[in-house]
Design a binder for this molecule. Structure first.
Ligand code: FMN
Length: 323
């Protein structure tokens, strides 16, 4: 069976500070290919500190375009359960638990990938949380915090619980985003898990997707983050098994203008807006020839007016899609 005949599910990965609702909605107005997104994480907190603004990214009124699975990061069932309940009340039948965040500030509090070396804590969390929440639970994990085989013990624990799916990014927390994903260990995960496994990591083009899908024939769910930020035509290209997008620069420009305008309306102050745009251009630049040059120019800018001129000139004179 070829890729374009095989039915696959594509998820947009959560990237905090990038793939929030404004991006997801703009993406859906201009591109295709994602079946759903996992939202960037919402941290658990005690009821006293909790405000409705914490849920802004997942409020149904902000999410008409792309179905989402809200993600929660935390390690205390006492704080996780009411948050999952609030999300259920908003209509979310599934929530995702983040066991992957690699940042030391998060991990040292035994959250995200910082919890991976503690299988007993994870088991105790699941034991308390699963019967107490009305939602189904899915998990997004790395291979481990320090070692790539920490996941194998965890998958056996996961097998004892009714999970919706397990998303695996085959790196350790310590690796952050460096080095290659460990595909051999991912293959072992497929052998050990009785749950549906979603592959996530470094799907940056159709050729890479084809290599992964040839190798992991039982996988029909894939998650893409940076590759889709860089090249928003990629999800549809993967779904179609070929790239039949035309006028890429014009389509991308219309998307970019829309995204910029939505952020301009949502954000107060040019500094905040400029920072967010710089974050996007880290990835956008990768789809253009001479990407380092445009990225550097944008990242050096300190003034919004200057930024606007650089981007205008880039689209008018220099922008050439890489393919
Ligand atoms: C800036 C940034 C923010 C991220 N935020 C989250 C997050 O909120 N939750 C999460 O599970 N993963 C987060 N990730 C990890 C991505 O979801 C994904 O697992 C990772 O980028 C690998 O997939 P990719 O190679 O397709 O991008 C983040 C990654 C980056 C680079």
């Amino acid at each position: 069976m070829t890729n374009n005949q095989k039915k696959i599910i594509l998820y947009l990965a959560p990237l905090r500070g990038l793939t929030e609702y404004i991006y997801r909605n703009a993406f859906s107005r201009h591109f295709d290919g994602f079946d759903a997104a996992v939202s960037p994480f919402i941290p658990t907190m005690t009821a006293v500190r909790f405000k409705k603004t914490h849920l802004k990214d997942v409020l149904p009124e902000n999410n008409h375009a792309m179905p989402i699975i809200p993600q929660i990061i935390g390690n205390s069932p006492g704080d996780f359960i009411p948050l999952a309940q609030s999300l259920f009340d908003l209509g979310y039948e599934t929530v995702n638990w983040n066991l992957g965040c690699p940042f030391p500030m998060v991990a040292k509090k035994q959250r995200g990938s910082g919890l991976l070396p503690y299988p007993q804590k994870i088991e105790a969390f699941l034991e308390k949380t699963i019967p107490a929440i009305p939602n189904r639970l899915s998990i997004k994990a790395r291979l481990g915090r320090n070692k790539t085989d920490e996941i194998l013990t965890l998958l056996q624990i996961f097998n004892q619980y009714p999970l919706d799916e397990v998303i695996v990014h085959p790196r350790t927390g310590k690796q952050m985003y460096d080095g290659e994903p460990d595909l051999d260990m991912f293959e072992k995960c497929l052998q050990v898990s009785e749950h549906k496994i979603v592959y996530n990591g470094d799907i940056n083009d159709l050729a890479t997707f084809k290599i992964f899908s040839e190798r992991f024939k039982t996988v029909d769910r894939w998650m893409i983050g940076r590759g889709a930020l860089a090249n928003p035509f990629l999800p549809a290209t993967i779904k179609n098994g070929k790239d039949d997008s035309a006028n890429k620069i014009d389509v991308f420009r219309a998307f970019y203008d829309d995204l910029f305008e939505q952020y301009r309306q949502a954000f107060h102050g040019p500094g905040h807006l400029l920072d967010r745009m710089k974050g996007f251009w880290t990835y956008f630049s990768r789809s253009f020839q001479n990407s380092r040059q445009i990225k550097k120019k944008i990242h050096r800018t300190q003034k919004l007016e200057h930024y606007l001129k650089i981007v205008d000139r880039f689209f008018a004179e220099d922008a050439k899609w890489v393919d």
